[in-house]
Design a protein around this ligand. Structure first.
Ligand SMILES: [Ca+2]
Length: 187
């Protein structure tokens, strides 16, 4: 079994509008070590890179890649927020290769909500995967991507928590983490 999965992101904004971005290096025009935290787990090839060539525009994109299973590669950034009245905007391209019902890849974009003690309160997960069998819970909302090509996404965090994450108290959200997560599951 050879599983490959990757996620590309062109630009990422968390703020009240396009004029305000709480993220550092959300456009990846600086090295990934500026603002971003890299982690990986498990076996296989883990990579997080930036280059201008992944999308036709002259700007940089970030690319997070996992080859074979089980394992994952993740590029994340956590920010402190004064309230959940924020929007997350991003442009992403999701890719997967291989898999079966017991062994599968998933290209994910995560928005995670934490309290002031860094306790995870809940998560919004966009994912592209043929075989992933995740199910939503009161603290996990899922958006299955059906068109993996470059598309723009926008999430109203306050509305998301109120409408889709009944297990999350919006008043407790003190930090928001965004993450590019390339994941492979082995059953
Ligand atoms: Ca480009």
């Amino acid at each position: 079994m050879c599983l490959k999965v990757s996620l590309l992101v062109l630009a990422l904004v968390v703020g009240l509008g396009l004029s305000q971005n709480l993220l550092v290096n959300g456009d990846f025009e600086q090295e990934l070590s500026v603002g971003w935290t890299y982690t990986d787990s498990g076996s296989g090839t883990h990579q997080a890179l930036r280059d201008t060539i992944y999308q036709p525009d002259p700007d940089y994109e970030a690319w997070v890649y996992q080859y074979d299973n089980p394992g994952w590669t993740r590029l994340s950034q956590m920010i402190e927020v004064l309230s959940p009245a924020l929007r997350v905007s991003f442009s992403a391209n999701f890719r997967e290769s291989g898999g079966s019902s017991t062994c599968w890849p998933a290209a994910c974009f995560q928005v995670c909500y934490y309290n002031s003690n860094n306790i995870l309160l809940g998560e919004t997960r966009y994912y592209y995967s043929t075989y992933a069998n995740w199910t939503p819970t009161p603290t996990l909302n899922l958006y299955r991507i059906t068109n993996p090509d470059w598309n723009d996404y926008e999430l109203d965090i306050e509305r998301e928590i109120n409408d889709n994450l009944p297990g999350v108290n919006p008043d407790s959200v003190a930090k928001v983490e965004v993450a590019l997560w390339s994941y492979t599951f082995s059953g």
